[in-house]
Write a protein that binds this ligand. Sequence first.
Ligand SMILES: Nc1ncnc2c1ncn2[C@@H]1O[C@H](COP(=O)(O)OP(=O)(O)OP(=O)(O)O)[C@@H](O)[C@H]1O
Length: 363
Amino acid sequence: MTTSTTPPAQPAQPSASAVDRSGETPAVHVEGLWKIFGPRADKIMASEDSQLSRKELQEKTGHVVGVRDVSFDVAPGEVFVVMGLSGSGKSTLVRLLTRLIEPTAGVIELFGEDITAMSERDLLETRRRKVSMVFQHFGLLPHRKVVDNIAFGLEVRGEHKGERRNRAQEMIDLVGLSGYENNFPDQLSGGMQQRVGLARALAANPEIMMFDEPFSALDPLIRRDMQIEVIRLHEEVGKTMVFITHDLAEALKLGDRILIMRDGAVVQMGTPDEVVGAPADDYVRDFVSDVPKSHVLTLKWVMRQPNGQELDGPVLQSDQIVRDAARAVLDHHGPCRVVEGDKLVGVVDDQDILRVVVAEDED
Ligand SMILES: Nc1ncnc2c1ncn2[C@@H]1O[C@H](COP(=O)(O)OP(=O)(O)OP(=O)(O)O)[C@@H](O)[C@H]1O
């Protein structure tokens, strides 16, 4: 059902980055990263056995490939989502980024600093000052009040009590928990506990926030609220975020780019519209089959080449979501110009829009 949504003008293949900041040091740089679990991982890495599939390797040697030859960059300020089914390697990948798990091979840099070469002490310092994690099981300290949970990281860092309290209060206000400062975690709902987790992660003013399936344990409505909260916080504080989820809808909603994993390897990496518009294989196609295409695809996926006709009416940007452009196109009764900056790159009319919407209904 995707034929009608393939861009005839110029297929948009995965871009280097949705957040184009070429030249800037990436927040995260990963190259040729491997994790093989088992006592002889290094030997296997150096042998041809590393080329076996996960299943074959496990059967032959008892070792498990957690992450297989993964490379990517995350731009500063980007929200980068890692998605895949259970066991695909998401948690292992994110834990490797701060060496909570030791890599078997590969390069990991955070803001240009080589993590793999760091001493234990520097590594600890980097984890404390530059990175915050938000987990599914909030990991709150049960005997500490909300405010003290949020200030905990600052206490470990040796900051003074007054400063800690001020910063914690700022974060409490930011995540909408004012009035609950002196409650204990078990007096709060799951959603509120996760807000404490968010506030705690933000309190440390990290350069990167990493989220490991933070909302999986929450019921759907609260989950939606928390997704909106993350988007709002991202707009407000602009942190680089690496977010793990097995939920495609969540990935599409939050991610500037999405990396899709299977059996430890990268299956596809791209912007939400690239993943939905041009799934790399059946695994990804299966994931995206239920996605309402008009909510994700941009005009570049549905536009056609201009054929010299007179063009008037609305001028639309090629990265505008189809659904958001629909009203203007349907009202115009004729081809509308699609531009990238000032450059005319295509035209789109009501038929192009309806094709996506009808395909969505048929799906
Ligand atoms: N300490 C370990 N020892 C051996 N195998 C491991 C270890 N940790 C993870 N694995 C294996 O590595 C693979 C990837 O696991 P990982 O937890 O990263 O996947 P995931 O995508 O995060 O899954 P989930 O969504 O269920 O958490 C799995 O096959 C898992 O069994």
